[in-house]
Design a protein around this ligand. Structure first.
Ligand SMILES: [Cu+2]
Length: 192
């Protein structure tokens, strides 16, 4: 238990530090915001449009392949303040209002959900992102478990692509299958 708590603390610390360091970068993304409906290449990164439960554009996620894994910059508005679960889901389909179309979590290794679950995590698990008092997320998280390289089993382009989904509640990192993170509130399609 003590070990689990230290791991959680490290995860939260890393998330907090990333969030602080990237404020300015995301302002830049906001200015460049466009109305494309699917993922698009921009300066070496993949830009994924995030839509809300009404089907309106609510922001963007910028995915960048780095040596450490895929960097996920999230810039979105209009959701409940506080921490939110965020995951890669297995289907590249975002149909509002419930986004069930995105299927389960991206889980090519057949594990259970959660970084703190002894039988986890899913390849698609990501650290929580946090919305501020105004319901705006400016954050950056890293996933070392997926890749943007095509042809690998853990590629986000596997089987026609995947989706990035933000949930209404915080992911507890241990409850299968989705960390008790509640409804799906934002969704973005990741495909070629
Ligand atoms: Cu999810």
């Amino acid at each position: 238990m003590k070990k689990s708590l230290s791991i959680l603390f490290i995860i939260l610390l890393v998330a907090a530090l990333s969030a602080c360091g990237n404020k300015n970068k995301h302002k830049d993304h906001q200015i460049k915001e466009t109305q494309e409906t699917s993922s698009k290449l921009r300066a070496g990164s993949i830009v994924v449009n995030l839509i809300n439960t009404k089907g309106d554009k609510a922001g963007e996620a910028t995915l960048t392949q780095t040596a450490e894994g895929v960097k996920i910059g999230v810039n979105a508005a209009g959701i409940k303040p506080g921490p939110h679960g965020i995951h890669f889901h297995e289907k590249a389909i975002c149909t509002p209002p419930d986004f069930k179309s995105a299927g389960s979590h991206f889980n090519v290794t057949n594990k259970q959900h959660g970084f703190l679950n002894p039988k986890g995590p899913h390849v698609g698990d990501i650290e929580n992102v946090t919305a501020n008092k105004s319901g705006v997320i400016h954050g950056e998280v890293l996933s070392a478990m997926v890749t943007l390289e095509e042809g690998k089993p853990n590629s986000l382009y596997t089987n026609g692509g995947t989706a990035l989904v933000v949930h209404d509640q915080e992911d507890d990192y241990k409850t299968d299958p989705s960390g008790n993170s509640g409804d799906r509130v934002l969704c973005g399609v990741i495909k070629k």
